[in-house]
Ligand binder design. Sequence first.
Ligand SMILES: *Cc1c(COP(=O)(O)O)cnc(C)c1O
Length: 490
Amino acid sequence: MTERIQRIRELEEVSRRLEPDAGERARIRDAVVEYSEDFLRNIDELPAFESDRSGVDALRETPVREEGREIGDLLSVLRGSVDTPGLNPASGGHLAYIPGGGLYPSALGDYLAAVTNRYAGIQFTGPGAVEMENMLLDWMSELVGYPEDAGGNLTSGGSIANLVAVVTAREERGLEPESYGDAVVYVSEQTHHCVDKALRIAGLGESVKRVVPVDDRYRMDPGALEEAVERDRRSGLLPWMVVGSAGTTDVGAVDPLEEIGDVADRHGLWFHVDAAYGGFFVLCDSCRELLSGMNRSDSVVLDPHKGLFLPYGSGAVLVRDRAALRRAHRYRASYMQDVLEAEAGQVESPAELSPELTKHFRGLRLWLPLLLHGVEPFRAALEEKRLLARRFWERARERGFEVGPEPELSVAAVRWVPESGADPDAFNEALVEAVREDGRVFLSSTTLDGRFVIRMAALAFRTHVERVDLALEILCEKARELEESELSAA
Ligand SMILES: *Cc1c(COP(=O)(O)O)cnc(C)c1O
């Protein structure tokens, strides 16, 4: 007995190291804050991309071991191994893919969420945390134009949000495994690949996928959609879902959502809208008409870590009929009986509307910046990015670049057709590589109609006009250099 209590005390002495006292907390916190301040002070000068990856090695050279280490040493590993090589997504020079954000108050929200560790899965134990999430989801539902009995879930990102929507749609359309092979989903060539991934995870990998043709601005052709659905019906297949995009990743194309909604209504299809990139542009007066029809959908995905500039780890799925989301995700377990009984008849909990049980308290990282700043600067930032993309597109055209469709949201596609007569695809591949090597801005590429094109996506909140103008200057400069080196090689 005495031996055991003695042992417990010994163990306690060591385990208490997990609870630093106020003085120690201040020491490590100050070191972390100093690190983050140093990062933010220099953010405009730090490269958007660093191709030297040698710093990564220090991580393995600093392994997990029995004894602890000094905070200063760990922060220097972090700087050299993680925060230097590769893409710097916090930089205003991140103009590739769909840029993310990193709002500072979000970091503070995460900090508070982690310190208090509020449980956001079930409303019985975390009524305030769940209510905060529900309030934010209601705000998004209102933006989309959904009715009051819509429901949703804050996810880790757009891919998981699309998966939740696909699973809900599958359940609501009553698809059974025997019929999966006949089930047809309609997408366009521009649909994000995470929808494919979601279909496969949902067991629908063997179902039929129809790629509906797009118009010259890469928008789904609703007439062609309807013909395809009718043809499939006649041949005995089961059309069940159509996926529209509100802002494609490639060029920011917005499908004609109203017309797709009409086709979906006529044929009883589940209408899903992937608005991961473009959805929050609905905050801008200039985009409201463009995005009209989102409210016609049965489910929609938005990514706060894109259009609301949050740090990575924030997606959202909304479903017009909350009950459908519940039917697809609700489970019972005996170890949850007290919790669920206490819940009966009350607000639904995230755990009943999503694949997750225990989860990060994601609401706080969104609530804090949104309420602290108000919506106005978010609206302004989105409109600013849209105008920046148009400016870039117009000026690139004036400077002799071949350009893709005029940007409707904030992505512009361009390419340089070399005067030397060299292969344009290879030339533009070398051009985007040269821009990355330079590092002041980071651009990505894609293939449109079989042609290699360079994309400029303005969505990082730190991207302002100087940086976008700089991106064009760098493109012109590198294109000239490449032309010269090709001429001298010829
Ligand atoms: C980014 C994106 C996704 C995937 O979302 P993640 O948050 O990266 O998982 C899906 N669809 C579109 C249109 C996107 O732009």
